[in-house]
Design a binder for this molecule. Structure first.
Ligand SMILES: CC(C)(COP(=O)(O)OP(=O)(O)OC[C@H]1O[C@@H](n2cnc3c(N)ncnc32)[C@H](O)[C@@H]1OP(=O)(O)O)[C@@H](O)C(=O)NCCC(=O)NCCS
Length: 181
């Protein structure tokens, strides 16, 4: 029986375990999944090691399908040490995109955080070219608070120079979540 931290209709959210390595490596070795991730794509051996490391890191949560316990994604939820603010992030196996799973897990994390963890404000930062992620944040009820022009570069352009992107900052407050849900 899985020990979930919280559940949604279709998903269970729990800590990572070293036995997740194979399923998690499918995510980290996919160039399309990792395109907008600061860490980039991982070679298989490194991806297997990362999964084991996440089991020790309280900022990461495994998202599994309740119907078969398959690991389809990861949530990141970090205390910003700033007046009850946390940052959320997510990465899902590409075979499970387009089914509303990421959104369901993010909303579940909002509920868990606001109701059980005494969180006050949740933020997210996204490259505005990452349209799937932007759509998810807006569907989850987050507000765009600003856009930081050419603020970071996680890739190089064809000339080998840093490829700077505009990053949008999103947030949702506990009160806003309560009103909408
Ligand atoms: C960002 C990411 C998690 C979004 O995944 P996603 O599956 O598109 O997001 P959602 O869970 O919101 O699913 C929405 C899609 O599911 C569809 N859907 C199907 N059933 C649904 C349901 N029951 N409820 C809601 N949406 C549903 C929606 O219509 C929508 O489809 P569309 O994309 O064709 O419009 C995913 O693209 C990813 O892992 N990207 C790589 C990592 C990354 O970039 N992370 C963010 C860094 S800031």
């Amino acid at each position: 029986m899985e020990q979930f931290i919280f559940e949604t209709e279709r998903l269970g959210i729990r800590r990572f375990s070293p036995s997740d390595s194979e399923e998690f490596a499918q995510i980290l070795t996919d160039p399309e999944v990792c395109y907008f991730e600061p860490s980039g794509v991982f070679p298989r051996e490194k991806a297997l090691a990362v999964a084991a490391k996440l089991a020790q890191d309280k900022r990461f949560f495994a998202v599994v399908l309740k119907e078969n316990n398959f690991l389809i994604g990861k949530l990141f939820f970090e205390d910003k040490d700033f007046f009850g603010a946390y940052e959320i992030g997510y990465t899902f196996n590409r075979s499970y995109w387009g089914k509303g799973y990421a959104l369901e897990s993010v909303k579940g994390m909002f509920r868990y955080a606001f109701e059980k963890m005494n969180v006050r404000r949740i933020i997210a930062e996204v490259d505005i070219k990452n349209t799937r992620s932007v759509d998810l944040l807006e569907r989850a009820g987050m507000r765009r608070e600003g856009v930081f022009k050419k603020s970071a570069a996680f890739r190089k352009n064809s000339l080998g120079e840093p490829d700077f992107s505009d990053f949008a900052s999103y947030a949702i407050l506990k009160d806003e979540f309560n009103i909408r849900s």
